[in-house]
Design a protein around this ligand. Sequence first.
Ligand code: SF4
Length: 259
Amino acid sequence: MARQDTRARSLRRISLIADALEDQRGFPRLPKRKSRPLDSLIATLLSQNTNDRNSYRAWLSLKRQFPSWAGVHDARWQAIARAIEVGGLKNQKAKRIKLILRTILKERGSFALDFLQQMSDEQAMEYLLAMKGVGSKTAACVLVFSLGRDVFPVDTHIHRICNRLVFVKTKSADETYEAMKPLLPPGRAYSFHVNLIHFGRQTCRSSNPLCGQCILFDECLYPQKHRNLLSTSGTKRQKGTTDFLITEKIANDGSKRRG
Ligand code: SF4
């Protein structure tokens, strides 16, 4: 009973915070045009450990050099690495992309993940997580951005903010993803995800968060917040950060790739 009360309180609190962010930043809606699941998977993989601007440049370069996934599959990993170099971790990402394409071709006989549409959230997550190099954030992004599911991908910004606001007490983004599942107001996962990412890039930054300008100051339990209260560095973007999400971008720019 006590546990249920605690969960109900957390749900209410998180819902109010989602409201506050929507009041300030709007209610983001999923793009009508959805990227294909395999596109979202590779784009999100390219975004690991880099910002969306560089991962989008890597994505465009990959598409320019290999117009089809079959072409990527047939290429040497070194050639893929050269194509995606601007996104960082080129060798690791190139080998993972090749392995993923090989696995999908072997299991499904084509370069498409559209069959995920027929699966439940749990089944689709399980299928994607079985691939080497695919973590909960990447898998959840495919579910949200290509399948339109009400799941909540947790990246480094969201993991940090969820802990600063003490929604959860976790040590990794994967743990935060699991812990947040029962605490999300239904139908709000996408909006909350997008607003928290922008909030994390612009206000609740990793270092030097702008606590003095934060609408969630009273709600926040981050012990350092008073020290940052007088932060006057404004909302100037840090070099290399962007305001778009690669998964939205590839859907909105109509990127098409045929297997
Ligand atoms: S008060 Fe500071 S640490 Fe807390 S949520 Fe706001 S910006 Fe982040």
